[in-house]
Write a protein that binds this ligand. Sequence first.
Ligand code: CDP
Length: 220
Amino acid sequence: MGASNNIIAVDGPAASGKGTLARRLARHFGFAYLDSGRLYRAVALRCLKNGTGSDDEKACAAEAAAITEVDLDDPALRDEATGRLASRVAALPLVRRALVDYQRRFATHPPDGKGGAVIDGRDIGTVICPEAAVKLFITATVEERASRRYKELLGQGATAIYPAVLRDLRDRDARDTNRAVAPLARAEDALQIDTTSMDADAAFAAALRYAEKRLAPGTK
Ligand code: CDP
């Protein structure tokens, strides 16, 4: 087996439960956690604030290169409009390129002296960390994902309409899957976990069983 790194890549479509799972794995193993979607959301938010059009690839890449900690902490990152624009700027090759080094460095040199890293996204197991010791691909039907996102929005006190949430997710899936560069895809050597009829505990248990076998010896 001989795993030589403590990198866990968690990929999957929007609202599949990958963020919850990735955070939990990071807590369990004492690893650093990176939500790579925040990077693309931060690019989108900067574009919105600065009036940068998503059709101007070079300008969007400049926004990506200029991201700061302040951008990554902005509550507006989670807005639906930010997510929608994120999936547009994420299709731009120069934007993706501008964010590669940060993500790779996080994986190979986790902050705060942590012994490993968990990164979630769309292309972590395929493009960013193809060498990751553990690769998970988390899915659920689009209807189930829309229902989770809908409840999450209501829980946050937002107004939401289920058919609109469903339409938005379908659009985002299509953009993420069909883009030419680093599309959403399962790495050949990733374990797929379909969470449609699984709760968060069951998904975590399945991921943990798999990860424990593949991480460097001595990892708890
Ligand atoms: O939270 P949710 O799953 O809705 O989205 P996210 O993970 O925050 O990502 C927002 C958008 O960024 C996605 O729709 C993708 O288009 C893009 N993204 C990407 O292209 N590659 C990644 N590694 C992460 C996100």
